[in-house]
Design a protein around this ligand. Structure first.
Ligand SMILES: [Zn+2]
Length: 351
């Protein structure tokens, strides 16, 4: 699946006919089926694979799906749903209140309250931190209760502060997931890659002291005797990153997408003067990140300088003029009326 049949959003099942996987690399954007139920199933599957093998790569798929291809399935008001989750729209697609076969609304209503159960996992004297979500919870290491408090503004910020509160001092290995995107891997499987390597690395402190990251199976491991009030601070470099797909995915050839941490961004017509297809993103164009607290319940926003093409190249020569591009998180699209939407942008001149 990850080597040929997954979208950047974690969506799977590209074919509407038969609600099926397509052929390898058959990943059209406009007609992508990507049922919400398939995204949830992808999360279920990867969590179980993690429980079996203890490798964070499964959570890299899970997290990418959680923040993008699954979350787009429900509106922010919680009462409208997508069945398919395409990566492009011509402006004729909206969430619905209900469906004839209403598997997706009921599936998502069941899944979202269960998200807290995906944050931690334990095996013997190892505690795995898989998701970064501001929360407080209790786990058991052996017979010991350990209270855990996470303070973070993830995914908008990459700083995570974890307070470890065991009842009595306990020796255990804390395994902190270092997400693939913070290790220069967009998704496991190699379909997608970052256009440029990151100059920044994650950093880790325990009780204010810098620790070297010892990463095994995607986890930074710290074995010690933990006491009430021990504090772990993980800092993941949140940066705007351009993503390219393998040329084997014909629909994404010569195109670029934009991400920041686990979040995939998209452009909507409403922010960009209606037309999106004439916009070309130069591969070196810098994008600025801002947080817009007043829009869509508060969203990160990317803004960059791009080029807008006009002319058809036959009767009228193609001309380029500077333009800007505003992107919002993919999960938050389609809240301001039916409009055009795109995830992948041309990087080459259209002929
Ligand atoms: Zn469904």
């Amino acid at each position: 699946m990850v080597t040929g049949k997954i979208y950047l959003t974690g969506g799977i099942g590209s074919r509407r006919s038969g609600e099926a996987y397509g052929d390898k690399y058959e990943l059209p954007n406009l007609t992508a089926y990507n049922e919400t139920c398939a995204a949830i199933a992808n999360i279920f599957w990867n969590q179980r694979m993690f429980l079996l093998h203890g490798d964070s790569k499964y959570f890299d798929v899970l997290e990418r799906t959680l923040y993008n291809g699954m979350l787009s399935g429900i509106s922010m008001t919680g009462d409208r749903f997508f069945y398919p989750n395409p990566l492009e729209s011509e402006g004729d697609y909206n969430r619905s209140e209900w469906f004839g076969c209403s598997c997706c609304p009921s599936n998502i209503s069941r899944f979202i309250p269960s998200v807290s159960g995906y944050i931690y996992a334990t095996r013997a004297d190892s505690l795995f931190v898989n998701l970064f979500i501001g929360s407080e919870g209790n786990v058991k290491i052996g017979i010991q209760d350990v209270n855990l408090k996470q303070q973070t503004n993830y995914p908008w910020d990459g700083d995570i502060r974890l307070t470890v509160n065991p009842e009595k001092p306990v020796t255990m290995t804390l395994c902190l997931r270092i997400p693939g995107w913070a290790r220069n891997e967009v998704l496991p499987g190699g379909l997608y890659r970052f256009a440029q390597p990151s100059a920044l690395s994650p950093s880790l402190m325990v009780n204010g002291k810098l620790r070297q990251l010892k990463i095994k199976n995607g986890y930074a491991r710290i074995t010690r005797t933990w006491k009430m009030g021990d504090i772990v601070e993980l800092s993941l470099p949140m940066q705007v990153r351009k993503v390219l797909a393998t040329d084997l995915i014909v629909d994404d050839r010569n195109k670029v997408a934009l991400t920041r941490g686990p979040v995939v961004f998209c452009a909507e017509g409403v922010d960009n003067g209606g037309d999106l297809k004439s916009l070309v993103v130069p591969i070196a164009a810098p994008f600025k990140y801002t947080f817009d607290p007043g829009l869509l319940n508060g969203v990160g926003t990317l803004t960059g300088n791009v080029e807008k093409l006009s002319g058809d190249g036959d009767n009228r020569p193609i001309t380029k003029r500077p333009s800007s591009l505003v992107l919002r998180p993919y999960y938050a699209w389609n809240h301001r009326g039916a409009g055009k939407m795109m995830v992948w942008f041309d990087i080459m001149n259209k002929k």
